[in-house]
Design a protein around this ligand. Structure first.
Ligand code: ADP
Ligand code: MG
Length: 738
């Protein structure tokens, strides 16, 4: 999917992003003007444009066409091909309104020597058109040619664009190749084209040359102004039809500019961070061995590798900034734990942030089990912690008496302060925005006088291909746990249509009879967890009732849903973890990090409604303890072709990296990677997957540039610096300097 450019007003190029310097907002204020300076743009249209991410004249100029319409080819009306977008030139035979109120239509017959066709407008779309089309007028109509629904052999253009031609005028009005833009309610292609034209005439020449000379030369790119005209008003000689997906050569310039600004920003962020003083932590020699001794397993080589990479980072007197990615169930938690022990052993504190209360709670139990015997003081902080207890925890944190704090978003609150924060670990990092990460990292600052940033370890179970990760998360170093612990069996995945769900319940009974436990995941549409008014879709609720009351009546079933009070949720969860419940029917899918070794069965109802990565995460809940597992994906009645294909891929594929690849292909990189969450600018021209090699090459250019001119302070880079700030807004500083 394409994303439109994020709205980032020029004023946001604040000086702090650039380490000092408060130049005026830049060479080209005209570009930064709001779209309302254009003729024809009032409040309403400005709002419609804003929904496309367009607020300034520059945004409009950089609004990337989706495709182009070729209006050069002229054929006699009789020879125009059905089903194609065509240009019909002829004379109006007759034109009239027909039909009653509400169903009124305007139709015009257009003829030339070879034949005729009919043009039709409904619903008031004739406004501004009907008056032009008097009988005898010469016109050019553009639209998609369809078979006439009522007249055999007749042909029809529905809501075509109209140009009135002057008498004796043989040439079609220019331009003959028209851009087609992403458009939205309250706007039309015609309007957008007109506005872009206006903006071009007004400001195209002002567009600063952002790309350094070297990059332009290396890729043989035209200058900004020339490229802009070509982008919006391409001129082509000849009549060779445009191929599928044709774009003017100059469009590449903007793609490269966009990618270059992306990778340059990433490199900038990395440099900022590397300049920060950190806390050098030697590996743990007391706590870690004591913990490892008591574990019932040994670390896998993949875990050992990740551990070593992290330890090497922690030793450095600069803050670590590492992503730990690994397949579901690959054992990331223990690796993160060992990292935390390095901090704790030095008397530094560690914070562990989880996306949900349930996961935070699970961590707390793990900590209790692992740290209890080591006598490391730790605590759990969630929204559900009672006030007196919360006050006590905060006091102990501020005094340094509590060394390890696990919890949810509650950790981010203003009054949570650490005395000596040495390491921050964030699980399921994509669930947190870049600002939240930075907020947590800053909690160690000020207190204790040490203006040093803690180390940061973020984790994800949605691994993405390394090359892509390096580009997008280019300011993070990456460790991958690419193998599961030995003896782990990949769950068998079975696809069933909803009509065959009784088979799923049969397998569920069998799994439970064999001593296992089972999950049933039903996607109900729910309010956010905080809201107390569930709005369950009736069908799904019925199913839950049916399961509890009939199908699974003989089993001990617990129910988890988003609008439950958290105490109830946690009680249910404990009961399931301790084996007191045999089946957990869950209507939320947030609890992806759950780790219950005895679970061997999962049914996912309406599985086609989930994304691939999510399905894979869910499936990762079973077969964690070395036993066989089964995952049944039930397709809903309404599953479309695309949903079925997704399920087929899911069933076929059990490797998280491969799943991620498919997911990227299906949803596009912007969606999958959560570019906005990661604090990266949205992309209008580039597609990270398609343009990966290009991005990597450009990264080389960007690094070279920053090596020569680290703060981009030379005058020839002024425009680039300006553009960087404008494009990235706050994202540039947020992560790096905390
Ligand atoms: P994830 O990477 O999905 O967060 P966890 O850290 O929750 O996975 O680990 C999944 C399960 O595997 C846990 O029960 C953990 O104790 C267990 N585990 C971790 N490392 C190993 C190992 N080397 N050998 C066997 N089991 C392991
Ligand atoms: Mg996990």
């Amino acid at each position: 999917m394409r994303l439109t450019r994020a709205h980032q007003p020029a004023q946001q190029a604040r000086d702090y992003s650039f380490g000092g310097g408060t130049e005026p907002p830049g060479p080209d204020r005209a570009l930064a003007q709001p779209v309302t300076v254009l003729r024809g743009v009032g409040e309403r249209r400005a709002q419609a444009l804003a929904r496309l991410g367009i607020t300034t004249v520059e945004d409009l100029l950089l609004h990337a066409p989706l495709r182009y319409e070729d209006r050069r080819l002229r054929l006699p009306i009789a020879a125009l091909p059905l089903g194609a977008s065509v240009t019909a030139v002829g004379r109006i035979g007759n034109a009239s309104f027909s039909g009653r109120w509400g169903r009124r239509r305007f139709s015009a017959r257009v003829e030339d020597e070879s034949g005729w066709l009919e043009a039709v407008w409904l619903n008031g779309a004739w406004r501004g058109v009907a008056a032009k089309l008097a009988p005898g007028a010469r016109v050019a109509l553009y639209g998609k040619l369809e078979a006439h629904p009522r007249r055999p052999g007749g042909r029809l253009l529905f809501h075509p664009d109209v140009e009135l031609l002057k008498e004796g005028d043989e040439e079609l009005p220019q331009p003959a190749i028209l851009p087609v833009y992403p458009c939205g309610a309250g706007l039309s292609q015609r309007l957008l084209r007109g506005l872009v034209r206006q903006a071009l005439a007004r400001c195209a020449a002002l567009l600063p040359e952002v790309l350094p000379e070297g990059v332009r030369a290396a890729y043989d790119l035209p200058g900004a102004t020339e490229a802009l005209w070509q982008l919006h008003a391409p001129a082509l000689a000849g009549e060779e039809p445009l191929g599928e997906g044709w774009r003017p050569a100059a469009a590449r310039r903007f793609l490269i500019e966009e990618l270059f600004l992306l990778v340059l920003g990433i490199c900038w962020r990395k440099r900022l961070r590397q300049g920060e003083p950190g806390i050098s932590l030697p590996p743990s020699t007391r706590l870690a061995p004591a913990l490892l001794d008591r574990l019932p397993f040994r670390l896998t080589p993949a875990q050992e590798r990740a551990r070593a990479e992290i330890e090497a980072d922690l030793r450095q007197p600069r803050p670590m900034h590492r992503l730990l990615q690994g397949e579901v169930g690959s054992g990331k938690t223990i690796v993160a734990m060992l990292a935390m022990l390095a901090a704790l052993e030095q008397g530094m504190q560690a914070a562990l942030l989880a996306p949900t209360e349930v996961l935070a709670e699970q961590y707390a139990r793990r900590l209790e089990e692992w740290l209890g015997p080591l006598e490391v003081p730790h605590a759990l902080l969630t929204g559900g912690v009672p006030a007196p207890q919360r006050r006590r925890i905060l006091r102990q944190l501020a005094s340094g008496a509590c060394l390890l704090l696990a919890g949810t978003h509650a950790l981010l609150e203003e009054d949570v302060e650490f005395a000596r924060l040495g390491l921050v670990v964030i699980d399921e990092q994509h669930r947190f925005g870049v600002a939240q990460r930075a907020r947590l990292a800053r909690k160690g600052r000020g207190a204790g006088g040490a203006a040093r940033l803690p180390h940061l370890l973020v984790m994800t179970a949605t691994p993405i291909p390394r090359s892509l990760a390096l580009t997008v998360y280019g300011d993070l170093d990456i460790s991958s746990i690419d193998a599961l612990p030995p003896g782990r069996l990949v769950p068998e995945t079975i696809l069933l249509p909803a009509s065959h769900q009784s088979k799923a319940w049969l397998r569920l009974h069998r799994a439970v009879a064999a001593g296992g436990q089972a999950y049933v995941v039903c996607p109900l549409r729910e309010e956010p967890a905080e809201a107390r008014s569930p709005r369950h879709s009736a069908a799904a609720r019925q199913l839950v009732e049916h399961l509890r009351g009939v199908v699974l009546r003989d089993l001990r079933v617990g129910l988890l849903h988003g609008s439950q009070p958290s105490s109830e949720k946690l009680a249910t969860l404990h009961a399931f973890q301790e084996g007191r419940l045999q089946v957990l029917v869950s209507t939320t899918v947030v609890e992806v990090g759950l780790d219950v070794a005895n679970a061997t069965f999962m049914a996912i109802v309406d599985a086609d409604r989930f994304g691939l990565a999510q399905l894979h995460q869910l499936r990762g809940r079973v077969a964690r303890g070395g036993r066989r597992g089964v995952c049944v994906a039930l397709a809903s009645e309404e599953a479309g072709v695309e949903g079925r294909q997704r399920l087929a891929t899911f069933a076929r594929c059990s490797d998280g990296f491969a799943i991620a690849e498919h997911d990227l292909a299906l949803r596009g990189a912007g969606e999958v990677l959560g570019l906005r969450q990661a604090g990266l600018p949205a992309l209008g021209f580039a597609d990270l997957r398609r343009d990966l090699t290009l991005a990597r090459d450009l990264r080389g250019c960007a690094e070279g540039l920053l090596a020569r001119d680290p703060s981009l302070s030379s005058p020839q880079h002024a425009a680039l610096r300006e553009a960087l700030g404008r494009r990235w807004g706050d994202g540039l500083a947020a992560l790096g300097s905390g």
